[in-house]
Design a protein around this ligand. Structure first.
Ligand SMILES: [Zn+2]
Ligand SMILES: [Zn+2]
Length: 370
């Protein structure tokens, strides 16, 4: 995301050491995604070549394809989005030790980082101190040149350090969204030690919120969903909410004043965040994982009274992502999805803008060959 990441370096591998893969790409901010051919590097000794089976559709994909983050992460076209990838190992490099051909594996939001800074050494590659995190798409590709291409493709080649094992028994399509929506909610719930005996709020029931509900419930917390839509009550309860609060009803909100240990705010649309701060107990924290586009007014009195905190959290490191997948394997947790062929991706983006999906679109990548 920084200049270091975007600085153009000489590719260390020539184009001749690459192969052509089918993909779906945006060629301009206003053009729909369409079939394209991209280059993938031939697997180096530490690389895993993955045949992509499923790829989740994250709201970030849409922002990036349409160049809506022009100020901090301008899009380089063609843009191949997708960072919720599940696939099968097609080939491994000679030095790969953790994977073999045929394994079911996953790749999330990152495909490399500096590996030597304090954050990387702690397994928090998303916070690389040298700002050298290589994101799965639209990051500088230091090997082939240009930018990285994401999971809307038939295959991807990734260093084994950034490849994850998918536990047996998990539905691979429902597993894909765990790689972004899953880890984005799992990581803060773990970091702030959510568990039994606690009351935890999840704000918003979308791709992130529905995973937050499942995890908070699985960790044993008394879980409360905040939503503006009364029609989501039944679904929220099915997904793990012990209670549902309609956030636009001030009386209902007042009943929960000073009662929450932790609130996970997944809403990226502009909204009043102060009403939630007043619901936190002394020393309670509200953590944002959805980012409203503009700065949010914050009533500081609400923080001073009760020594409350507001915080943010970004995805999770590779070790924690594996821990999350293993937890999901043990507890049978996957995302609620709507499977689509790649040819429906533009329609899916339209529906995503209206929150018309329960709760994540996942692309069945074999449709690329239609
Ligand atoms: Zn994402
Ligand atoms: Zn680093």
């Amino acid at each position: 995301m920084s200049e270091t990441v975007n600085a153009v370096q000489e590719p260390v591998q020539s184009k001749s050491a690459s192969y052509t893969a089918k993909a779906f790409a945006a060629s301009a901010p206003t053009s729909p995604l369409a079939a394209a051919s991209i280059q993938r590097r031939n697997p180096a000794p530490n690389d895993v070549q993955i045949q992509i089976l499923f790829c989740g559709v994250c709201h970030s994909d849409l922002h990036q394809a349409k160049n809506e983050w022009v100020d901090f992460m301008p899009t380089v076209y063609p843009c191949v989005p997708g960072h919720e990838i599940v696939g099968r190992v097609a080939k491994v490099g000679s030095a790969v030790t953790k994977f073999k051909e045929g394994d079911t594996v996953a790749v999330g939001c990152m495909v490399n980082s500096c590996g030597v800074c304090a954050s990387c050494k702690e397994g928090l590659q998303q916070h690389c101190d040298n700002a050298a995190t290589v994101f799965t798409y639209n990051s500088e590709d230091k090997i082939l040149g240009g930018v990285t291409y994401g999971g809307y493709s038939e295959s991807i080649v990734v260093d084994e350090k950034f490849v994850l094992h998918v536990p047996d028994g998990l539905n691979p399509a429902g597993t894909a969204p765990l790689l972004c929506a899953g880890i984005t909610t799992y990581s803060p719930l773990r970091h702030w030690k959510v568990g039994k005996g606690q009351k935890v709020g999840i704000v918003g029931l979308g791709g992130l919120g529905h995973m937050g509900l499942k995890f908070a419930h699985a960790f044993g917390a008394h879980t409360v969903l905040f939503t503006t839509s009364a029609h989501k009550i039944d679904d929220a309860k099915r997904l793990g909410a012990d209670e549902v609060v309609i956030s636009k009803n001030p009386e209902e909100m007042l009943k929960h004043e000073r009662s929450f240990d932790f609130i996970l705010n997944t809403v990226s649309a502009p909204h009043d965040v102060n009403v939630y701060i007043n619901l936190l107990k002394r020393d309670g924290t509200m953590t944002f994982v959805g980012a409203p586009p503009k700065p949010v007014p914050l009533g500081v009195f609400g923080l001073i009274a009760g020594r409350r905190s507001v915080a943010g959290s970004s995805i999770g490191g590779i070790p924690e992502t594996q821990e999350m997948l293993d937890f999901c394997g043990k507890h049978g947790i996957t995302s609620d999805i709507e499977l689509i062929p790649i040819q429906k991706i533009n329609e899916a983006y339209e529906r995503l803008l209206k929150s018309d999906v329960k709760y994540r679109f996942v692309i069945d990548m074999k449709s690329l060959n239609k």
